[in-house]
Design a protein around this ligand. Sequence first.
Ligand SMILES: Nc1ncnc2c1ncn2[C@@H]1O[C@H](COP(=O)(O)OP(=O)(O)OP(=O)(O)O)[C@@H](O)[C@H]1O
Ligand SMILES: Nc1ncnc2c1ncn2[C@@H]1O[C@H](COP(=O)(O)OP(=O)(O)OP(=O)(O)O)[C@@H](O)[C@H]1O
Ligand SMILES: [Mg+2]
Ligand SMILES: [Mg+2]
Lengths: 165, 165, 197, 197
Amino acid sequence: MHLKSITLKGFKSFPERTELEFSPGVSVIVGPNGCGKSNITDAVLWALGEQSPLAVRGQSMQDVIFAGGRDRGARNAAEVEVVIDNSDGAAGSEFSEISVSRRLDRNGEGGYRLNGARCRLADVTEALSDASLGREMHSVIGQGKVEEIVLSKPRERRLLIEEAA
Amino acid sequence: MHLKSITLKGFKSFPERTELEFSPGVSVIVGPNGCGKSNITDAVLWALGEQSPLAVRGQSMQDVIFAGGRDRGARNAAEVEVVIDNSDGAAGSEFSEISVSRRLDRNGEGGYRLNGARCRLADVTEALSDASLGREMHSVIGQGKVEEIVLSKPRERRLLIEEAA
Amino acid sequence: IAAAFDETFEAAGESFSELIEHMFPGGSGRLRLVEEPRPARVLGGADAGGAAAAGADEPAAEADEEEDRDPAEVAGVEIEVTPAGKATRRLSLLSGGEKSLVALAFVFSVFLARPSPFYILDEVEAALDDANIDRFLQLVRRFSDRAQFVIVTHQKRTMDAADVLYGVSMKDGATKVVSRRLPREPRLAGAEPDRRA
Amino acid sequence: IAAAFDETFEAAGESFSELIEHMFPGGSGRLRLVEEPRPARVLGGADAGGAAAAGADEPAAEADEEEDRDPAEVAGVEIEVTPAGKATRRLSLLSGGEKSLVALAFVFSVFLARPSPFYILDEVEAALDDANIDRFLQLVRRFSDRAQFVIVTHQKRTMDAADVLYGVSMKDGATKVVSRRLPREPRLAGAEPDRRA
Ligand SMILES: Nc1ncnc2c1ncn2[C@@H]1O[C@H](COP(=O)(O)OP(=O)(O)OP(=O)(O)O)[C@@H](O)[C@H]1O
Ligand SMILES: Nc1ncnc2c1ncn2[C@@H]1O[C@H](COP(=O)(O)OP(=O)(O)OP(=O)(O)O)[C@@H](O)[C@H]1O
Ligand SMILES: [Mg+2]
Ligand SMILES: [Mg+2]
């Protein structure tokens, strides 16, 4: 099972629909400061259910909607779809692909979809935990966050292990 | 006016007396992870009056005393002396050198000296502010701390400017 | 649930000690279950601390005997690491690079106990010197047959470890991504994935 | 004291805008005095907030008119930066490297208003790409005639900017330092210190 694609539209520095395809193995993302690399990391966290705007560097969740740039007006909604390839059947699911998507507009309206069907956050969380992707997202380490594990309290590290277990 | 020397004895990874001399201009300190570079930064902060053990990565202030290593027992006290060259007379002082030193032993006893004479922390702080080295040490940026200015509250940045002013 | 935790914790603990020997040659480390230090204990009073209330009547000095407790009742996981030739056990005193190595060893030890299908690592090796970046990348290559790694970096060595490289650029506030599969001998440089399960 | 603050703030503000143009070519930025957002105001009640109590009777909407207030009564310094081609003004959304550049511009702007005799900078350029490390080093060289810089780094480019290099190593838990003055044409590579006061 592996991440197959991330599609961003109106999310942070991705005003137009952009699809990124991934294969098994090691993928490395490079580019100058501020070009949008960590915005991709944020998109995955966000699509998979991140509840805190601070975790994606915003102050309110609408901060993730493309705010405009030279020659481009702001967008009214952000949408991210993450597709997980399940052709090895490792997730507890009969689908060969699991698609999770999330949308948010400037009025704060939006929601989640699982394989295209509208659902609640709890459904997404459950599908992910069947696929061993915990809610605490211990498999995504954001920029500047790696040392947190060493600075965190024993109780927090226990949670990381419990969630994986 | 510039930093002339830092002398460490029993401080962190410096069990034996070690004197580092500096000249005006640009000095660059390099070496592998964990070899002691940031311990030098901590030594300057500490000698100039840092009150919080957390700011020098300790949990109690005695954590800065050399704890031992293979073939070397722990030391019972830490001492750091910072000498500032004032031959241009820029500090409000007639001394051509200003020496600040601090000592701490395992019983928590110790204290400060200014040009060799025992004094209180307030005397050190005053001598430093005459030399434009503020108490908040805005001229020392520790590892991992540079982004704090951007994340800090407006009131905290104001303090940085006030202290320089 | 408690059984799953115990099993995972034990497996992670074994892997952690081995990974610390990899990250800190000549050094050692382990994971330890501990009871959380509590605020001032009220004798005979009810302890408000939930799971941490187990054993509320025991004096603080018994905290060292936590291995005898039922792990489901203990409050947390303590990390202990001693780099080669050093005596300090205080984690907070470790250098920036050393803390990153410890954190990565922890993440990989949980991975070995219970793999996630993919890991997204954003500049996790920023504090490492070249020799330690190599140690980190040896682990990535060793485990890349079991999990997919997506790594954001500014380090040339990390770029050299890629199967696929994604070049990101920005123009007028909009990001553009171009990807390129790199011709590589599978795992020619660095560890073979079948070594050391 | 208030006069010293105003004067320093004004000088720092001017330098900050120029330094942001250096760090973000095509971008812009400024420092702004702001009144701190207060917790729920109690109508008619005494404001417990000290200096921030000035103007406690004014409605929150007037916070935008802070330039008219007496600066000694205002609560803080806000930073605004817009990199080239971008519309976002939210500092928190900036990238790791962009935040470092903003912070360094701030530190140097205060330096230009009121220099300290020396600066100790520990891995402050760890998040910067090569082009931005060069921009940072140009400032260090430009200002090194007015203040002494002691910089800890893992970056080769920063090492190349040294007048004196200190090599640090560790053996059996004890640190050893060896220093070497580097033969350099004074300021051959990079900015001349007398440019751009
Ligand atoms: N809602 C938004 N609308 C438009 N632009 C945005 C939005 N949110 C963030 N950005 C822009 O994205 C940029 C940051 O991108 P990102 O953090 O991905 O950079 P990066 O490639 O990781 O850089 P670094 O190497 O410095 O970490 C910022 O300049 C920010 O202004
Ligand atoms: N009181 C002490 N006694 C003995 N050793 C200590 C003491 N305090 C800290 N150390 C050791 O100093 C080391 C950290 O040194 P330091 O932070 O200076 O490294 P560094 O050169 O800055 O590395 P990096 O490049 O990773 O930032 C740690 O390994 C720690 O164990
Ligand atoms: Mg980034
Ligand atoms: Mg360091």
